[in-house]
Design a binder for this molecule. Structure first.
Ligand SMILES: [Zn+2]
Length: 67
């Protein structure tokens, strides 16, 4: 595994751990401003991963092993 030098995504300088992933608070602020300027849109409500409980009503456990 090669440990590539991580650079600041804003200015490309080597970033500092205390400001990761940026090199300085200035770049961090710039990134934040880019977000705000881009008018970040929150996605709508996430679909329920479980789906509609009634939709799985037809599922029943088949405990038989066709051995
Ligand atoms: Zn930077």
């Amino acid at each position: 595994m090669t440990r590539a030098t991580r650079t600041c995504p804003i200015c490309g300088k080597p970033r500092l751990a205390e400001h990761t992933p940026f090199c300085s608070t200035r770049c961090r602020d710039r990134d934040l401003l880019q977000w705000l300027d881009g008018g970040y849109a929150l996605p709508g409500p996430a679909p329920d991963p479980m789906g509609d409980p009634d939709a799985i009503e037809g599922l029943h456990d088949r405990g038989q092993n066709d051995d």
